[in-house]
Design a protein around this ligand. Structure first.
Ligand SMILES: [Zn+2]
Ligand SMILES: [Zn+2]
Length: 332
């Protein structure tokens, strides 16, 4: 199996994420499924992994920025490449309440392994790029921009170490996903025809399941970047855009692997993995942000241009806007 050179992932610095929003949801919620998860695949090692990830000691360590492995070894977050404005390391008060991290990890570990890897893959798509200076010119080589979105802190830039505390995957898996992103793949999992199994878990059988999986992964990443948690709630609210507009972004990102419009809509509405995401009701205040409308428009134009760098830039700019508007709210 091919792994990219260590320095491809290394300890890159980071930034980015997104969101601002407010308001309630109009999501029906609770409808039943179109599951991608295949319970039969839960291997014991997987169960053990979940148990360890959710153990109190592990979570306490994570709150401190430490990775606790099953053998009891602790790895602290060493040099931080994405410190907070006050100089603290990026894990500092990332989850101010332990229960938020517990809830997040429980939700994440409850997904099938396919959904977990696909979600992380989609979170990192378009996140490998050089920083831009004030004039919009690239500074330095491209790097991975990791981020985490918490109910209290909004979107935070974090280092790889801290990203993996929130999205527990092995480093090898992460490297595989990143290599696929750099190679231009649009999903974590290879299709069978592609010589499949090796890619990641190789367990997704049907084409239809693949397509549902692509929607679940993509929509989670989209909501995490564009959405906003309600105060004291675990619901993530995404700004209201037409489903067509959302779908166009999805379809452009997934290319040949994209589900059809109806399948996309059905999956967004019914997948249990997306149940915590709601669309904002019409006419809420944040619907009227002109910058949002402009930046969505720019993303659309970039997609139409089919220029990968332009698409990345347009998405990064939009994400930065969402992240900064939210940061303002938290500072108040
Ligand atoms: Zn850090
Ligand atoms: Zn805005």
């Amino acid at each position: 199996m091919l792994l990219p050179p260590e320095d491809m992932v290394g300890h890159y610095r980071d930034h980015q994420g997104a969101s601002h929003a407010t308001g309630g949801s109009n999501r029906g919620g609770g409808e039943s499924t179109k599951k991608v998860r295949s319970a039969a695949r839960q291997r014991p090692s997987n169960q053990a992994k979940t148990g360890h990830t959710l153990a109190d000691d592990t979570i306490n360590a994570s709150m401190l920025g430490e990775h606790l492995d099953p053998a009891g070894n602790r790895t602290a977050h060493s040099a931080c490449y994405t410190p907070l404005g006050n100089g603290e390391a990026c894990h500092s008060e990332l989850y101010r309440k332990k229960r938020y991290l517990q809830k997040h990890l429980r939700t994440f570990m409850d997904y099938s392994q396919e959904v977990r890897t696909e979600t992380v893959f989609q979170l990192l798509v378009d996140r490998y790029y050089a920083d831009l200076d004030a004039a919009g010119l690239p500074v330095g080589p491209p790097r991975w921009h990791y981020y985490v979105h918490t109910p209290e802190g909004g979107v935070r830039d974090v280092c790889q170490h801290v990203f993996l505390l929130s999205y527990p995957l092995s480093k090898n898996t992460l490297l595989r996903l990143q290599k696929r992103i750099i190679d231009g793949c649009t999903m974590a999992h290879a299709k069978k025809q592609e010589g499949g199994v090796a890619a990641c878990t190789g367990s997704v059988t049907s084409n239809l399941a693949m397509k549902s999986l692509s929607v679940i992964g993509w929509y989670q990443a989209y909501a995490i970047q564009m959405g906003d948690y309600m105060p004291d709630d675990d619901q993530l609210i995404v700004p209201r855009r037409s489903r067509c507009e959302e779908y166009d972004e999805y379809a452009a990102a997934l290319g040949d692997e994209a589900a059809g419009y109806k399948h996309y809509c059905d999956t967004v509405r019914t997948a249990p993995e997306l149940a915590f995401i709601c669309r904002a009701r019409k006419l809420l205040n944040f619907q009227h942000c002109k910058t949002c409308v402009n930046l969505n428009e720019k993303v659309k134009q970039a997609i139409a241009s089919k220029n990968a760098d332009e698409i990345k830039r347009a998405k990064a700019t939009r994400a930065a806007h969402h992240q900064s508007t939210r940061a303002e709210r938290y500072d108040n």
